[in-house]
Design a protein around this ligand. Structure first.
Ligand SMILES: Nc1ncnc2c1ncn2[C@@H]1O[C@H](COP(=O)(O)OP(=O)(O)OP(=O)(O)O)[C@@H](O)[C@H]1O
Ligand SMILES: [Mg+2]
Length: 223
């Protein structure tokens, strides 16, 4: 395994150093792919570290496969080594949604399309028990054709409760408020409008979402 890893890295070009993983652009059998290698954190206990790398790699690989079956746009999984913390997936050419929004590079129509689509895709994942766990505008790639792709599923939950689904929604709203403050309300309304249209139990999820939102405010005021 070690040799194979070294072989991959030699052929790849580092394009991103994340909090948990290094991302390489890699020509894999003639296809543009992304090699995601979760790196060890020296400050973390060795066995905890091994557990986290394994479980996050497994979850990401699993969700990429389920997403494909559900028709939720995400990179196609090509190779996974759970023990090695390694994934190879198709490369999605495009821009991160966060950057497009911050640099005002999308029309209102495009934004509405993207956020409504996102609501539909998230409900599809949720209806199949999967929460994203780190839904931010940095974890969405917009292709040249203005289609959205979800990435970065290492913190996903595969057997989610209604509570976890509500947290996914509420966390996303908070991300919008802090990163895209001026237009957060509008973006979230497009997203949630479509989400509740497709989610199996909208009343329960919205009820919990409101409770989380209230308690979040309460904590924020107290601290
Ligand atoms: N399949 C892909 N196609 C194109 N670019 C990708 C792909 N996967 C990841 N990237 C690029 O690498 C970046 C980091 O990927 P990802 O979010 O999966 O890793 P991460 O370790 O969680 O990084 P961070 O901690 O910065 O979120 C993305 O923002 C994107 O620019
Ligand atoms: Mg990320």
């Amino acid at each position: 395994m070690e040799n194979v890893v070294v072989g991959f890295v030699n052929k790849g070009r580092l394009i991103h150093k994340g909090a948990e993983a290094n991302i390489y652009l890699l020509d894999y059998m003639g296809e543009a792919t992304v090699l995601k290698i979760r790196v060890r954190k020296k400050y973390r206990d060795k066995s905890i570290d091994r557990y986290l790398v394994r479980s996050r790699t497994y979850k990401e690989a699993y969700v990429l496969e389920v997403a494909e079956k559900l028709g939720v746009p995400a990179p196609r999984l090509i190779y996974a080594s759970i023990n090695g913390g390694i994934l190879i997936m198709s490369y999605i050419g495009g821009e991160i949604l966060r950057d497009l929004l911050l640099h005002n590079m999308l029309s209102e129509k495009e934004k509405e399309f993207i956020f409504r689509r996102l609501g539909m895709y998230l409900s599809r994942l949720h209806n199949n028990g999967i929460t994203h766990g780190d839904l931010t505008t940095s974890n969405i790639i917009i292709s040249g054709k203005k289609e959205l792709y979800l990435i970065d599923f290492g913190l996903a939950n595969l057997n989610s409760s209604d509570e976890e689904k509500s947290v996914d929604v509420e966390m996303f709203e908070r991300v919008l408020l802090s990163t895209h403050t001026g237009e957060a309300g509008k973006l979230f309304r497009w997203f949630i409008d479509e989400y509740v249209r497709y989610i199996e139990n909208p009343d329960e999820i919205l009820r919990r979402y409101r409770i989380i939102k209230r308690s979040g405010r309460y904590h924020a005021q107290k601290s």
